[in-house]
Design a protein around this ligand. Structure first.
Ligand SMILES: Nc1ncnc2c1ncn2[C@@H]1O[C@H](COS(=O)(=O)NC(=O)[C@@H](N)CS)[C@@H](O)[C@H]1O
Ligand SMILES: [Zn+2]
Length: 477
């Protein structure tokens, strides 16, 4: 589908690199004739499916999956005042069925609170029905006016995982917020993506929520990407939609709720955080192809080599490894280029010498070469895939650590924000935040910062000097 000759832009020119690698590694085709809507290539879709299988396996520990309708009647959508304010300029509306105008116009879900909660009100009667923890993976629609970009800022979010839970008390809902932050940590560790969790400032929380905890990744250009959010909704929505339950004393109580969202931005993070100048670097956990076998055909032993490669492929497949053989008649170097571009975690070369020495030459996507015995190949390959994962995670952690700075003055903050995220002290008042954002062309991302590289200490507010707490400042996508 894409020509393989010319190289990619250097990853230091991240925006150009990202757009080119999305095309050349066959993730998405951006030529669809509607702004903000893109088409999955099969390879990209396989990466998406492995990623969401990982996510579902984590969610299924304490949620059940379901599926709600796409269309939301205006009557329901307009019920939660704050929610509407937050989404009114982003909602797509359906106004006609064929030629006839609809008596009630229908919103294409931008997120599904107002589709789900009227049904929750019908389903939940007693404390015995709680906690209720459901999620769905659906497409949602947001009329984004900022610069749209594949996987990062879409108008049709094709892979929107949204979890909606109901609990008997505010504290139990708060425990669920912590649980889902833990789930995010596990999910992103499995993707090798280091994250920073923080509490968004009030003016940035989800419309209708008590508070929002956000999960941010730092991309190679130092800009942050919000790759997940957990919202404590308190009883705002349960009061609006009448989600009540009879407690043990026979009293009617309003439910306490959370919602939790992850979109295909998680894949943008894998592509951005791990890639290099040669293309994608995919964690073996989600790589569509984990191992590619390259027969090195020299001299007259071609048939023998190909037979040996076939056996090896069969053995690795039988061990559950996603393996391909590339026996195309082309230079090995061109083959290496193709599979490196597609981020394949491990390449196995097998030539006449390896046959005679009963060995395999394995090179992982970071270029680490290991010779292993042919026998117990599956076991050796699995170990090398695990080691490759540890290496890409360490590489990503090092990047995050080296791009996290501190600053005590707006000038210093402004300087360091170029390519980095900065931790400052902030007194918590809006004026100081606005001033800092204006002086440094950045966003105050959050407080109560959770990262092994950030000290949640106190200090003088970077603007007014009053006692302040650690706060994350960054330029984000
Ligand atoms: N236009 C967009 N394109 C891609 N991903 C997006 C877009 N808008 C939001 N997201 C992602 O979707 C996540 C959840 O969106 S949200 O608005 O923060 N939260 C909700 O909608 C809640 N109802 C959680 S289900 C965000 O954290 C962000 O990672
Ligand atoms: Zn201040």
């Amino acid at each position: 589908m894409a020509d393989e000759t010319e190289g990619l832009p250097p990853r230091s020119d991240f925006s150009a690199w990202y757009n080119e690698v999305i095309r050349r590694a066959e993730i998405m085709d951006v030529r669809y004739p509607v702004k903000g809507l893109y088409v999955w290539y099969p390879f990209g879709f396989a990466l998406r499916n492995h990623t969401y299988t990982l996510l579902r396996n984590l969610l299924n520990r304490d949620h059940e999956e379901t599926l709600f309708p796409l269309l939301i009647p205006e009557t329901e959508f307009m019920k939660e005042a704050e929610h509407i304010k937050g989404f009114e300029d982003e909602v797509y509306w359906v106004t006609h069925g064929g030629l006839s105008p609809l008596d009630v116009k229908l919103a294409l879900r931008p997120t599904s609170e107002t589709a789900i909660y009227p049904m929750y009100a019908l389903w939940i009667r007693s404390h015995a029905d709680l906690p209720l923890k459901l999620y769905q993976v659906v497409n949602t629609f947001r009329y984004e006016t900022k610069h749209t970009r594949p996987l990062i800022r879409l108008r049709e979010i094709t892979s929107f995982m949204e979890s909606h839970t109901v609990h008997a008390t505010w504290d139990e809902a708060n425990e669920q917020v912590e649980y889902e932050l833990g789930l995010s940590q596990e999910f992103y560790r499995d993707l090798g993506v280091p994250i920073i969790i923080s509490k968004r400032p009030d003016w940035d929380k989800f419309p209708g929520a008590d508070f929002t905890m956000a999960v941010d990744a730092v991309m190679p250009d130092g800009r942050t990407l919000q790759i997940g959010t957990v919202h404590h909704l308190g009883d705002h929505f349960s009061k609006t939609f009448g989600i009540t339950y009879e407690d043990v004393n026979g009293e009617q109580q309003f439910g306490s709720q959370t919602c939790y969202g992850i979109s295909e931005r998680c894949i943008a993070a894998v592509i951005g955080v791990h890639g290099d100048d040669k293309g994608l670097i995919l964690p073996a956990t989600v790589a569509p192809t984990q191992v590619v076998i390259i027969p090195v055909i020299v001299g007259k032993r071609g048939d023998e080599i190909l037979a040996a490669v076939k056996d090896l492929e069969k053995e690795l497949k039988a061990a559950g490894i996603r393996v391909k053989t590339d026996a195309r008649d082309m230079r090995p170097g061109a083959k290496y280029y193709h599979w490196e571009l597609h981020g394949v975690p491990l390449r196995v070369e097998l030539g006449p010498r390896d046959l005679d020495n009963k060995q395999l030459v394995c090179v992982n996507r970071l270029g680490v070469k290991t010779v292993v015995p042919r026998e117990n190949a599956a076991e050796s390959v699995k170990r090398l895939l695990d080691e490759a994962h540890d290496q890409i995670l360490e590489r990503a952690e090092d990047h995050l650590e080296s791009h996290l700075m501190t600053a005590t003055t707006p000038e210093e903050c402004n300087e360091k924000l170029d390519g980095n995220v900065v931790v400052v002290h902030w007194c918590g008042c809006r004026e100081c935040a606005d001033k800092l954002e204006e002086l440094t062309n950045s966003s105050l991302l959050g407080t109560e910062v959770r990262s092994q590289y950030v000290k949640n200490d106190e200090g003088a507010c970077i603007i007014c000097g009053k006692p302040g707490k650690a706060a994350l400042v960054g330029r984000s996508y």
